[in-house]
Each structure stands twice: as C-alpha cells, then as structure tokens.
Design a binder for this molecule. Structure first.
Ligand code: A4P
Ligand code: MG
Length: 342
C-alpha cells in the first residue's frame, strides 16, 4: 500500500522509568509510516485527499508532551492509537520511538521500540441465555464500540435459538456483529473476555448457560491455531444460529479454510436451532417471525437509520421490502441508535 514517511522527528519530552528522566526530560526521535491509499491525492493534487504531513508532525509533538510514560513501548502504543483515531484514512501505522540518550552505562547509538498497528475486520458472534439477554446484548455491543480500538460497523438481527451442544438449558438470543479493530487477534480476544466478565459471565459448564458469550468467528482472512485462540471459529460451520445472522451482514464472505461462502455453509448445516425466516428466493434474510424485536421498543430515529425500507419486527404482517437487507448499520461512535432497539 502507498505510504507517507516521517523520519526521526526530534521532540523533547519527559518519558522514562527513572525519576530524573521524568524530571529533566530528554530528546526522543519519532519515525512514522502511515499506510493509506494515495492515488486519489496523486491524481487530483488536492491536499484534502491525503494526510497533511506537517499537521501529523505537530500532532505527534503534542501527543509526546501530553502525558508521561515509564516505557517507550507505551509511548509508541499511545502514538499509534492516537494516529489511528485521528486519521481515519490510515489503514496501518508503523511507529518507532528512539531514545538516543537512554540511561545505559555503555556506548549505544539509541534504543528504540517499533510497533505496527493496522485496521482489521472481525466478525463476532454473541449469545446469551441468562439474565436480561436483550439488555445484555445491547450492553455488549456498546462496550465493544466504546473501546477506542474498536468500531462496531454493523449488527445483525437478533433472534432466539434452541440450545446447541446437548446441555439442557434455556433458549439463547444470538446474533453477529461486524467490528473494525486495530487490536491484534489475542488482544481482541482479551478485550471481548473482559466484556464477558463485566457482563457477569462465569465459566462453569462447558457449553452451559451464560449471560454473555462473545466468540471471534473471523478475523480478516487469518488462520490462527493457538492454545488461546482458533480462527476461523472451529465450530461455526455447524451452527445455524451463527451462520444465519452472519449471512445477513456479510453474505459475500468466504470461509478461508472451507472456501465456501457463508450462505453456502448455511445450506449445508445439519441441525436447525434458529428459525429460518420465510424466504422470498435466494439468500437468507430476516423474516418478521424470527425477530425478537418488540415494535414498541424501536425509536423512530432507529427506523430511519435502517438500511432497508422497514425495520422487520416480531408480530408484524410482513409489509417490508422482501429484498431489503435487515441488518443495522451501527452508529454507536457517533450516535447510539441501538438503544432500546432489540
Ligand atoms: N477460544 C479459542 N478460540 C476462540 C474464538 N475464536 N473465540 C478459547 C473466542 N474464544 C476462543 O471459551 C473457552 C476458550 O476458548 C476461551 O478461553 C478462549 O481462549 P469460553 O467462552 O470460556 O467457554 P466455553 O463455553 O466452553 O466455550 P465456547 O466456545 O464459548 O462455547 P460455545 O462453543 O460457543 O458454546 N446454543 C445456542 N443456541 N446458542 C449459543 O450461543 N452457545 C453455546 C456455547 C452452547 N450452545 C448454544 C450457544
Ligand atoms: Mg466463548
């Protein structure tokens, strides 16, 4: 991808583990690579179509002196976070913080830390069958969106499903959200697990009842096979309560290992746990009957944010456009349209 580079910007700041580093300060050198599409700027010769590098330098200088950190790791992370937040067009930021005068009693040119942060697209399944599930799902989506490193882009319709996995328990409420994040996969998992705990999750019975389960289904097209994290989710292809909502927000997605689209995987599922909406033709879409949405709970503004013509709801007579996409564009960062939506 195209990139803008800033090399060794010298800034006097007060970071360091030792008290005199914090007190006296020292020079740091910051180098940054911002990766973003630049063809439009190149063709148009318009600064509005790029990132102004002079403004970036000033922004970095302001951030370097805004706070005091012990570690240059934290300085680099803070700068990367700040740049990703400030410049939406930037897909990837590489930030290197050098300390030429690090307190080391040997001759050394500099010590440095370099971090690379990039925007990823993740799909997260949520499920709840304990407590006030609808409110808990609302909170889970909001908490993900409120994390500075995450932005919820879209939320599928949420429906009831019968329990899967052989444990006798109450019905679930399930759905899927699309999240842009610049967490790396394990840190994203950690973020989701903290939200599960915040929402009262206790791990007792495997596949047993829970206030909130947040599972990573897909993370870009990555394949991860570690002790803590398996992506794509190893059982997603067997779960209609995951594939149906996922097919409604990302029908074009192709499973990176099974090489089938989500719609094709849904057609292959053997067990049925979620009521499949009555289908006009082709692809799965939300029907009125499957929705857990109470029409009274939907504010007018939420209806106008809806991508289709009408918000599909439980108990209505099916007057919506049958071809409409029934998912929601989540406006959490700018506007909380999900409030009372489910
Ligand atoms: N882990 C590995 N890969 C992932 C991933 N892609 N996403 C690890 C999230 N976590 C992942 O999960 C156990 C460990 O899996 C984590 O520590 C993480 O490091 P857990 O949530 O602590 O425990 P669990 O309940 O044993 O497993 P899991 O996978 O969350 O449960 P399931 O498989 O999702 O089953 N029926 C219906 N209708 N709807 C449901 O939502 N959910 C379950 C739970 C059972 N039946 C259901 C539903
Ligand atoms: Mg889980």
């Amino acid at each position: 991808m195209d990139e803008i580079r800033i090399e060794r910007l010298r800034i006097y700041a007060h970071h360091g583990y030792f008290a005199d580093e914090k007190w006296n300060g020292q020079y740091f050198e910051v180098s940054v690579i911002l990766k973003l599409p630049l063809q439009d700027a190149g063709v148009s010769d318009a600064i509005a179509n790029t990132v102004d590098y002079a403004a970036v330098c000033e922004y970095i200088a302001a951030k370097m002196t805004e706070k005091t950190f012990d570690l240059i790791e934290t300085v680099a992370e803070f700068l990367a976070d700040s740049l990703m937040d400030q410049y939406e067009a930037v897909r990837e930021a590489v930030v290197e913080v050098r300390k030429p005068d690090a307190p080391i009693s040997m001759e050394v040119s500099y010590v440095s830390v370099k971090v690379t942060r990039q925007r990823h697209l993740a799909y997260v399944a949520f499920g709840s069958n304990l407590g006030d599930s609808r409110a808990l799902i609302q909170q889970a989506v909001d908490l993900v969106d409120q994390d500075r490193r995450c932005k919820v882009l879209e939320v599928s319709p949420i429906r009831k499903s019968t329990p899967y996995g052989g444990v006798e328990q109450a019905d679930y409420y399930n759905g899927v959200m699309e999240v842009e994040t610049y967490y790396e996969p394990l840190m994203f998992l950690k973020c989701l697990q903290e939200i599960e705990i915040k929402l009262g999750r206790k791990r007792k019975v495997r596949w047993g009842p829970r206030t909130m389960d947040l599972d990573i289904l897909l993370f870009d097209r990555m394949v991860i096979d570690s002790k803590e994290l398996i992506v794509p989710h190893p059982d997603m292809q067997n779960r209609d309560f995951v594939l149906l909502p996922l097919s409604e927000i990302a029908p074009y997605l192709r499973h990176p290992l099974l090489h089938k689209t989500i719609g094709e995987l849904l057609e292959d599922v053997k067990e049925s746990h979620m009521e499949v909406p009555s289908e006009p033709k082709g692809g799965h879409r939300a029907s009125q009957s499957g929705y857990v949405v109470d029409p009274k709970d939907i504010p007018e503004e939420a209806k106008t944010q809806h991508k289709g013509n009408e918000v599909p709801m439980a108990g209505t007579s099916g007057t919506g456009n049958p071809q409409s996409n029934d998912s929601y564009v989540y406006r959490g960062k700018s506007k909380n349209i999900l409030t009372k939506k489910f």
